[in-house]
Design a protein around this ligand. Structure first.
Ligand SMILES: CC(C)(COP(=O)(O)OP(=O)(O)OC[C@H]1O[C@@H](n2cnc3c(N)ncnc32)[C@H](O)[C@@H]1OP(=O)(O)O)[C@@H](O)C(=O)NCCC(=O)NCCS
Length: 375
């Protein structure tokens, strides 16, 4: 017996998961039992990646071994960089990343092994490779040479080193770490659900990740961080912000980085990152983005009762750190790869093909006319 249709599957419970709990009533987000406030306060992104992929926070020994494995798996096969060299320079980095992961599927040393252990090895490899894929891929699209990762640097520092060839200020690392932790996992969001649907057919882990990347790319999901920055740049100054938002709303445009399917009383992740983005702006002597953002936030709350989601403060935080805008959504992938892979493994541990019902609303009772009689 089919349940009534809910557009966008709003309010539908589509699975059971022990990976994260989105508690919209309390504005809380919990990863495997740990509150995000606790995690951003006390953990590196690598510890949280381990938590998501292995189910527990690592011990000192496990952490050292994990970091060593990550360093050893950072480099991507030359064929992947060669693939990037084939792409037109205006290729969006998310399209390039999707193609790169599809190629990595074919080259993966465990490609014929779909066991849980092999899937975790694949997940750790993809996690380790992401900064190189994202940044060196972007460098190639920009006509620059890739940079060899430095084994002495941790995951986040390695990202900045690949991007700039230098060590970033500690504040950048602290803020980036927080955003990577907060982007890592979020229940049955669209891209995670897409990954679970894909592997529920017993397809492979990389196919699930490719589906997820394609799903994350859209501006209603991960693409919102780039779209939010494009909006802030277009607004340009705080004195223009209110009028800009009113006019966009009057044209029925969506304000990117606002609203959320689950959180109707605000996204706690956005509140956390807003504090860091403000600190960053003050430290750099550039408070323009915080000022514009505050006006946009106030107008959205007053006129639509809509709050910013994580993508809104992240956009200006990344901008202040000098990260190129087309990398914002790929950076989301660098983090969410952990949540996706955790969900893929969880789906496969207790799998049933995800195959919902649709309600037919097309014509009925039509008779086929011979081809020659159809006009
Ligand atoms: C996140 C999002 C897709 C959730 O979608 P949803 O749960 O289906 O909510 P809806 O789109 O039905 O929104 C409900 C109402 O609020 C409005 N609304 C929602 N988000 C809005 C936004 N960012 N700007 C303007 N209006 C918005 C909708 O137009 C709708 O109005 P209506 O009832 O008059 O038609 C939606 O809020 C959105 O598109 N946000 C912008 C993109 C974004 O930031 N995505 C990142 C999500 S983390």
């Amino acid at each position: 017996m089919a349940t009534p249709y809910s557009p966008g599957l709003e309010g539908v419970t589509a699975g059971i998961s022990a990976i994260s709990e989105v508690d919209a009533e309390r504005n809380a987000l919990i990863y495997r039992g740990y509150d995000i406030h606790d995690l951003v306060e006390h953990c590196t992104f690598e510890e949280v990646a381990y938590l998501l992929l292995y189910g527990e926070l690592p011990t000192t020994r496990e952490y050292a071994a994990f970091r060593q494995t990550v360093v050893e798996n950072r480099n991507v096969p030359e064929a992947v960089l060669a693939l990037y060299r084939q792409f037109p320079p205006d290729t969006h980095p998310m399209d390039a990343l999707r193609a790169a992961v599809a190629l990595l599927a074919i080259l993966d040393p465990d490609r014929h092994d779909h066991s849980h252990e092999a899937n975790r090895r694949k997940a750790v490899r993809l996690f380790a490779q992401m900064p190189v894929l994202v940044v060196n891929g972007y460098r190639i699209l920009q006509g620059q040479e890739p940079i060899t990762p430095d084994p002495e640097r941790d995951h986040n520092a390695s990202f900045f080193y690949l991007l700039t060839g230098q060590s970033p200020p500690d504040l950048f690392l602290r803020v980036f770490n927080v955003t990577q932790i907060l982007y890592a996992e979020h229940g049955f969001n669209a891209s995670t659900f897409a990954a679970r649907v894909t592997v529920s057919t017993l397809s492979d882990l990389h196919s699930g990740v490719v589906s997820a990347i394609g799903t994350l790319k859209g501006p209603l999901h991960g693409g919102a961080n780039e779209a939010a920055m494009a909006m802030l740049l277009e607004i340009g100054q705080a004195s223009r912000a209110a009028e800009w938002v009113h006019s966009a709303l009057a044209q029925k445009r969506k304000i990117m980085g606002f609203g959320h399917r689950e959180y109707k009383r605000g996204d706690e992740r956005a509140r956390i990152v807003k504090r860091y983005a403000t600190e960053l702006g003050e430290a750099l002597g550039d408070t323009r983005w915080a000022e514009i953002s505050q006006v946009v936030e106030d107008v959205m709350l007053q006129t639509r009762r809509l709050y910013p989601n994580l993508d809104f403060p992240v956009a200006s935080a990344y901008y202040l750190m000098g990260i190129p805008v087309p990398l914002y959504t790929p950076i989301f992938v660098m983090s969410r790869i952990t949540g996706w892979c955790a969900h893929i493994m969880e789906q496969l541990e207790n799998n049933r093909i995800i195959r919902p019902h649709s309600e037919y609303n097309g014509p009925r009772g039509r008779k086929v006319l011979p081809l020659a009689s159809r006009t």
